[in-house]
Design a protein around this ligand. Sequence first.
Ligand code: AMP
Ligand code: MG
Length: 308
Amino acid sequence: MTIEQAAELLRQGSVVAFPTETVYGLGADAWNPTAVKKIFALKGRPDDNPLIVHLSDISQVADFASEIPPAAEKLMKKCWPGPLTLVFNKKPEVLDAITSGLNTVALRIPDHPVALELIRLTGPLAAPSANRSGRPSPTNPMHVQRDFGPDFPVLEGGKSAVGLESTVLDLTRQPFAVLRPGKYTREQLERITGTRIGVDQAASDKPGSPGVKYTHYKPEADVLWFDPAKNYDREKVLLITHTDRPAGFPRHVHFRGDFEHMARELYDLFRTADFDGLSRILIEPLPDTESYSMVAALKNRIEKASGN
Ligand code: AMP
Ligand code: MG
């Protein structure tokens, strides 16, 4: 499908999957309530889980946000287009279907030429990840079609370059808070804004912490942190490591300290493990630092996938 064909479907109120640098999105016209509701029905997404509005230009922020704090100007100039979602207080006319009835709205400009061209043609698109609710996010067009069928409209744009969802930064509280870790680290955002930035407790999902209600990003296979002291049944298991290379696992993917590469491949590995009927995915624990790009994001997604 061409960008023009995708734009035409979206103008008619249809839902279309499109590429971004983080993951593929399931887009609908952000000003069409019927179209936006289709996203929730298609995904089987609970309606208390709000959507991100994708823009093509900073000037569109004023159509959705009721106020733009000075720090937001810095972040938008420095990080957009890019994998940073900013949460603002919303204007009254923003659709409740997008915000799940919250007083806030999440906005970002994706860093992908196809997405930008599409949004220039259609105007702002509300879009979550283009997977069925609870499944790993799609990082290529085949993932989308595996979830929604071969005839589902997907605008193709190659493999997602980042591979994990955007950092979500809430600008409506003091201090600002990271609600979901992504490629932009808390330290980077602190440097850009010159302010301290917190982490929302509910979003931090420490390993083993009780009270995490949903599993997300979850393959059929069990996801577990690898413990070299344990004896594992190595059949039907995928091992993912980033430092040493334990021998004897028939299926083993090794990222040699390249966490950006690991982030790019993680969801594809989850989906491939399921396709191959594996029962377990073992992942070597990640370094205890937030400063490496993608480490906090990887930990967060792996912990969610493991259902801790
Ligand atoms: P997805 O793109 O599927 O990861 O879903 C979008 C995510 O954006 C949601 O799960 C929320 O974490 C976040 N989000 C969207 N709107 C808001 C908002 N108004 N406040 C806080 N988080 C939001
Ligand atoms: Mg999602």
